[in-house]
Design a protein around this ligand. Sequence first.
Ligand SMILES: Cc1cc2nc3c(=O)[nH]c(=O)nc-3n(C[C@H](O)[C@H](O)[C@H](O)COP(=O)(O)OP(=O)(O)OC[C@H]3O[C@@H](n4cnc5c(N)ncnc54)[C@H](O)[C@@H]3O)c2cc1C
Length: 440
Amino acid sequence: MKSDRVVSVAIVGGGASGTILAAQLARRGIASILIDGSGRIGRGVAYSTTEPAHLLNVRADGMSAMAGEPEHFADWFEARGGNRAGFAQRRLFANYLAELLDEAVGSGCTELSHSTVVTAARGEDWRIELDNGQSIAARALVLALGNQPPGGLRAFDQAGPNYIANPWGARASAAVRDSAENGGRVLLVGTGLTMIDLVLSLEAAGHDGQVVAISRRGQIPRAHGDYDPSPVAAGELPSGNLRDMLRWVRRRSVVAGWRAAVDSLRPHSHPLWQSLSADEQKRFLRHARPYWDVHRHRIAPEVSNIVARLIAAGSLEIISGRIVAADAAEEGINVTYRRRGEEESRTARFDYVFNCTGPLHSIERTNDRLVRSLLNAGEVRPDHLGIGLEVDERARATPGQRLWALGPLTKGRYWEIVAVPDIREQAAQVADDIAQELAG
Ligand SMILES: Cc1cc2nc3c(=O)[nH]c(=O)nc-3n(C[C@H](O)[C@H](O)[C@H](O)COP(=O)(O)OP(=O)(O)OC[C@H]3O[C@@H](n4cnc5c(N)ncnc54)[C@H](O)[C@@H]3O)c2cc1C
């Protein structure tokens, strides 16, 4: 790659979002360079797992990466012996994304760069500096950086090396293997989908020690189940008031079942979210979100069965409570925690502690040098909740020019924009918008 060469579109971040966008641009004959130095290009965080026990949490027939082609993944999966109504292994979805990317590269439209972008500055074009010392000029820039890695847990600042701050990193895999070999006692802080992944990884590695998972409310993801869909028209839904919306979901659950009630909101989720004031959205994030997440982002029944079996056997305990303190102990960590409703704290020793609290929800605390440089230059702004970047209705980062954001970075505006069914629609719209902009 020579410096100062001008490409049409630079896509920073080669996870599912960036990969799908590259494929959409290639279908429109638009050249792009997909840049990701993490070693996960074409897969990203979610689909880099090689663990067969890690399943998609959406049925195959909902996982098409291509807008307007709902059967795209289901057909691919079925052609390889899968059940289109079942839950594919995430590593297989990675193969599907890799094929999409190969196709885009094969078309001559998409180029790959295995590097990390450190800064981007706007002149006539975007000038993008890479960590390998090279630079690229691009007419359009897309940020598809995914979720921010988990924020630190302050209580574990002095907890020593057996505290695993990033459950997706290489240290986490080594800690899982070590726990399995030594039968260690493991604490998972957080009880959502990341916790489920860790439980499955430990189980698959043969871990037979005790696992404890703790969160304020002790809510764990519910299982998918069969139900009769119960679609609603937008006009039937209350908007602008969180309490009214939650009441509506409760009433609808009684009539149609909670799965149908929750899923009936999906096609309306963006306008519903946008109808709430910033204060109402903050209230949702503070109080309703833990309950919403476990009902909305469900797990495959086979995964739920494993979790239920481990709980019944006493090898997995879910605690509702909070961490009080943590200190490094010999080859482990002493953790003091308080169960919900109890006055007294307890202290227990764990061999490893994994931070499973999920992505950082504060863009201003980001460690990403590129985001920092764009924030400092005023090319992008935090959204009104501070959880991602401010974007307009076309996912253009404001006030930047020829600058788009894609996927989880835009969750302040859309909220439901982290799963493939939402990302594929956004990627197609952004590809159309870029095509129009570059033609103009
Ligand atoms: C464990 C897990 C399981 C999930 N399961 C499902 C599921 O079953 N179904 C579903 O629909 N959704 C699922 N999701 C949600 C969703 O599919 C993912 O969040 C989605 O893949 C997001 O993709 P992304 O490309 O936006 O982000 P990421 O996958 O995080 O990719 C972003 C990439 O950008 C790179 N990057 C960041 N900064 C830079 C930089 N400065 N320069 C270069 N590269 C950079 C990162 O290294 C990373 O590789 C899951 C998510 C997770 C975490």
